[in-house]
Design a protein around this ligand. Structure first.
Ligand SMILES: Nc1ncnc2c1ncn2[C@@H]1O[C@H](COP(=O)(O)OP(=O)(O)O)[C@@H](O)[C@H]1O
Ligand SMILES: [Mg+2]
Length: 280
């Protein structure tokens, strides 16, 4: 299969046509967004004219050089930052302040050392005042889904880096958010653990049907996991190109990495980023 490419400019979509992403309300809608940070001596334009629609259930990866505004883009979606111009929508509704219906996973798991794995996950329920019975049910299901069985009562210092990130993922998914934001979640893990987490995330994404926006520096991680990979330019961050990966949702790791669709997409993204600005 060849790899269809899309122009980064806002897509003209006919809302009445069926079978394309424009036919449904995007889970995440970013329209003509720019972000400028005002500094003492100079202003920094972090993002310029960024437009991106993410369909419900879609997995989109963002790659680009350091400082190109990837984290800024996630913060806009979470409502932690306001765009200088343009608009961000979640499920069709404009984001006007911090959103509690999203899940967020960072590079560091940021677990509370004095709480067990289970009680770290339950923190989300306490913050959101979820009914206790539902929270317990969700925790049990997520612990099984992420393979944390047997480690529920362990404290963070007793868990490996991969397990700590699984706990962070469970915490982010507890309230069944329609959108999961992940900012280099596996960047601190060793290569083998990272591969394993990639396989698990692919399965969890398929099982939960949640929309995922993942920032990563790894081209192979982006291509293995995503439906589409958004390649960004150096600051001020703009979208250089959006690559459709064209693989089935269920992806066996080794087999997928050997597929022509995977290799073509990865090679193309590497070209776009330039050898110097990306490491894998
Ligand atoms: N709160 C802030 N105030 C000022 N500048 C910021 C702030 N947050 C980010 N920046 C700047 O905006 C640019 C984009 O940052 P960021 O989104 O963190 O990039 P990335 O995640 O792609 O590495 C960088 O130049 C960064 O220094
Ligand atoms: Mg960042």
């Amino acid at each position: 299969m060849t790899m269809p490419k899309q122009e980064a400019k806002p897509l003209e979509r006919d809302p009445l046509s069926s079978g394309d992403r424009g036919a449904v309300t995007p889970a995440v809608g970013v329209s003509d967004v720019s972000v400028r940070f005002r500094g003492k001596n100079r202003d920094v334009t972090a993002l310029r004219d960024v437009s991106l629609d993410v369909a419900p259930g879609e997995f989109v990866a963002l790659v680009g050089p350091s400082g190109c505004g990837k984290s800024t883009l996630l913060k806009l979606v979470a409502g932690l930052l306001k765009p200088s111009t343009g608009e961000v929508r979640l499920g069709g509704e404009q984001v006007k302040g911090p959103r509690h219906d999203i899940g967020y996973v960072f590079q560091r798991a940021a677990l509370l050392e004095w709480r067990s794995a289970r009680r770290n996950i339950l923190l989300q329920a306490e913050i959101r005042k979820m009914p206790a019975a539902r929270a317990r049910e969700r925790v049990d299901a997520l612990i099984r889904m992420t393979g944390l069985d047997g480690f529920e009562d362990a404290y963070p210092h007793e868990l490996s880096g991969g397990m700590q990130q699984r706990v962070a993922l469970c915490r982010a998914l507890l309230h069944e958010p329609p959108v999961l934001l992940m900012d280099e979640p596996f960047g601190a893990l060793d290569a083998l653990t990272r591969e394993q987490m990639n396989m698990e995330l692919n399965r969890i994404w398929r099982e939960t049907g949640t929309t995922v926006l993942l920032v990563t520096h790894s081209i192979s991680e982006a291509v293995y996991l995503a439906d589409r990979v958004v390649v960004m330019s150096p600051r001020p961050g703009t979208i250089t190109e959006i690559i459709e990966v064209g693989l089935d949702a269920e992806r066996e790791y080794g087999e997928t990495l050997g597929r022509p669709e995977f290799r073509d997409a990865a090679a193309h993204i590497r070209d776009l980023l330039g050898a110097a600005s990306a490491h894998d």
